[in-house]
Design a protein around this ligand. Sequence first.
Ligand code: FE2
Length: 374
Amino acid sequence: MVKEKTELDAMASGAEELRIDGFDHVEFYVGNALQAAYYYHKGFGFDVVGYRGPETGVRDTASYVLKQNNVTLVLTSALHPGHPIAEHVHRHGDGVKCIGMKVQDARKTYETAISRGAKGVGNPVEYKGEDGAYVSASVQTYGDTIHTFVERKDYTGAFAPDYKGKKKSAGNIGLTYIDHIVGNVEAQRMESWVDFYKKVFGFYIYQYFDAKDISTQYSALVSKVMANKSGTIKLPINEPAPGVGKSQIQEYLDYYLAPGVQHIAIGTKDIIATVAQLRDRGIDFLTVPHSYYEALPERVGKIDEDIDELERHGILVDRESEGYLLQIFTKTVEDRPTLFFEIIQRKGAQGFGKGNFKALFEAVEREQAARGNL
Ligand code: FE2
């Protein structure tokens, strides 16, 4: 069952919350950043706004920065075999390496995190130039994933030092902010990552879902959502639970070969318009049976949207006490069944679409079965 947010969890951890102003960016390590950038530019409507590579004096990697409103993605490839990024891609396939967080003081945030037991993977690096000051530092989280603290108060350069600005417009399809980023971890490991976010970040358990909430006859998972008090950071952590078939979380772990980011939820103010654009641009979504929409009016009551239109686009709806939300999930966006995206529009509801878990799970299982992995 869903537990309402409670301050007790934060107080129990005893850790003062690290001041995080929000998600800064998400960096992917990929096999071919040039082509991945084309996918997010053409498919998801991101502008290409920055580049770093041999032409900017960086000899061994190439990175593209993509931006749409408050969502920034960075795609990075290695240019030589044996480079750690090449090894990361060899092991995991394309995937998320870094969940970047905006901070006021990267050095202090890093030092506090380290003093509370985080493992440092990038000492604070400070850049000072004509375009202002930029500081970043990184700590390890689940699997090979890291958090980078980014401080760029008066920094006016392109994304980060060594990057040069680029301008390739895609037309803005209304993706406005990162709502939450979900991690999959191994069975029996969720609690230790919950503790990590409590102790190191001072985050609290915003909501949790047990196996009864998120199961079908085949597979199950459990999930706890870690968040900061301002709600600008929400990081659900999933672990597989036993079922008749293979949990979708276990399928992820079998292909990513480590814990890692399962999905990135991006907010929009008009999900119908945004999803219509995404579909036109060739993005594939999970399918929802007609029976879901037959049952919808009774389940969610009165909503502003036309149900036939929602069905045409495959958009899901869930009602909570404070309002409702609309959401939809892409198919996995890598060859390995690992990462996918969620598009979400909140109309008062602050949850994660619990009423849709069953329909969503069944849709995921149809995909798993098609891959021979159920
Ligand atoms: Fe989600």
